[in-house]
Design a protein around this ligand. Structure first.
Ligand code: NAG
Ligand code: NAG
Ligand code: NAG
Ligand code: NAG
Ligand code: NAG
Length: 397
């Protein structure tokens, strides 16, 4: 009893002191010298003047954001934009090389040539289709498998057709496979394989090719062209897997996974091997090197480009938002940037193994049963693993 009463007393004392302090502060802050209530108006605006970012990509994004800001544009003519935002208007450029980047990017002249090529053409997003399959989605697929390939990779494509990309009906669901190609140009000393490609396309009807230079930094061009293509040729695909031609994909497992999703989950689906808290490499020797004059800041979460799975609904949203995000030379980071702009983030799924599985499990058929993607695999390995998984005798606990 005594203990309880002492506690109560202590509590009341603390409360009283708090109330006293509160009244003191309140009287002090709400009255000026004459004892009247006052509203304090800051002498300077509380927003900062928008200064141009020193990195080219960030600056282009700032400009896009200004131009798409509904509050500003309601009232604004070009004269209302800061001077630096009008001098870099890329949306008005025709698709020929843009020489202004040579002065607008600080160290342009000392950059490796792949950056120069990228910068000169980064405002170009539209290239003509050379090979198309306009009727491939006549029956809307439940799952569209889109494989990034290159003209010369005939064996990889054939292995995919004979294994995980064998188009048709799997587990009662329509699955359609397409291969996404750019042009292998003589400029890059590629042999002319166009007639072999034409034969392949006539035979299998699964090749999509655009006329642009197929290079690593142009994979983002492939991404935006593909998003456009989906809207015109395959707008009713329920789900889309997009990945490289050196991965093994367990199509059975994908269909299983998709069938188990709730409706809201299915609509916003974007899963893969998600990388968070990454940023640009600043070491010139790394394939993913990006100079500071081009991009500053962290990368948003993104799914590794080896392969990811998303809904047709997201594909449509990505396509429209991508028009407001400047192209970035690394395609999977770019898709992460677009998702971020949509207010979404990709979700990590343990079945995507873009960094392979432990060596001791690689020849164990059962290791692949619950996985969605394993990278890298040769054409022969793809066929081998698919044979294992398709066997009625496969018995895994
Ligand atoms: C819009 O323009 C009017 C008239 O020039 C101005 O008074 C108002 O502050 C402007 N609003 C914005 C959001 O800039
Ligand atoms: C940029 O170019 C587009 C397309 O020509 C035009 O509609 C827009 O008004 C321009 N914006 C600025 C700020 O110059
Ligand atoms: C396949 O789909 C048809 C029609 O929707 C259905 O009748 C049949 O039971 C399904 N078969 C399997 C194995 O799920
Ligand atoms: C594609 O590249 C080849 C080889 O360099 C070239 O001959 C051709 O003009 C390019 N474009 C088309 C549409 O084939
Ligand atoms: C991308 O493709 C365009 C069109 O073929 C080409 O002009 C440009 O140099 C390419 N960019 C890179 C980085 O290869």
């Amino acid at each position: 009893m005594a203990v309880q009463r002492r506690r109560l007393k202590l509590g009341v004392t603390v409360l009283t002191i708090n109330l006293f302090i509160f009244i003191l502060i309140f009287r002090h802050s709400s009255q000026d010298k004459n004892g009247r209530h006052s509203v304090r108006i800051p002498s300077e605006p509380f927003w900062a003047k928008l200064l141009p970012n020193s990195a080219y990509w960030n600056r282009l994004q700032q400009i896009q954001d200004l131009q798409n800001n509904p509050i500003l544009t309601a009232n604004l003519s070009d004269t209302g934009l800061p001077y630096w935002a009008t001098e870099t208007n890329l949306s008005s450029e025709p698709c020929k090389h843009n020489n202004r980047v040579t002065t607008q990017v600080k160290d342009y002249n000392s950059l490796p040539s792949r950056f120069k090529d990228f910068l000169l053409y980064m405002h170009c997003r539209s290239y003509p289709l050379m090979v198309d399959q306009p009727h491939i989605c006549k029956e809307p697929p439940f799952l569209l498998l889109a494989v990034k390939s290159q003209v010369s990779h005939f064996d990889r494509r054939q292995a995919i057709r004979q294994s995980w990309g064998g188009a048709g009906v799997v587990a009662n669901k329509t699955v359609v496979t397409v291969f996404l190609l750019g042009n292998a140009t003589a400029w890059d000393h590629h042999p002319d394989l166009s007639s072999s490609l034409q034969d392949e396309s006539n035979r299998h009807n699964d090749i999509i090719q655009w006329d642009y230079r197929d290079s690593f930094f142009n994979l983002t061009v492939k991404e935006v062209l593909f998003l456009e293509w989906i809207q015109t040729r395959c707008p009713n695909a329920r789900f889309i897997f997009k990945g490289d031609d050196d991965v093994f994909v367990n199509t059975y497992r994908i269909l299983d996974f998709l069938k188990g999703l709730s409706e809201p989950k299915a609509r916003d689906l974007f899963v893969g091997d998600v990388i968070t808290e990454a940023g640009p490499h600043r070491d010139k020797k790394v394939k993913y090197f990006i100079p500071e004059s081009m991009y500053v800041g962290k990368y948003p979460p993104y799914a590794g480009g080896g392969g990811y799975l998303f809904s047709g609904d997201i594909a449509a949203r990505l396509r429209s938002v991508s028009q407001h995000v400047p192209l970035y030379p690394i395609d999977d980071v770019y898709t992460g940037m677009c998702l971020k702009k949509l207010g979404l983030a990709p979700e990590k799924h343990k079945g995507f193994r873009t960094f392979d599985i432990e060596e001791k499990y690689r020849s164990n058929p059962c290791a692949y049963k619950s996985l969605i993607l394993v990278h890298p695999r040769t054409p022969q390995q793809m066929i081998q693993i698919w044979t294992w998984l398709s066997s009625p005798d496969l018995n895994c606990q």
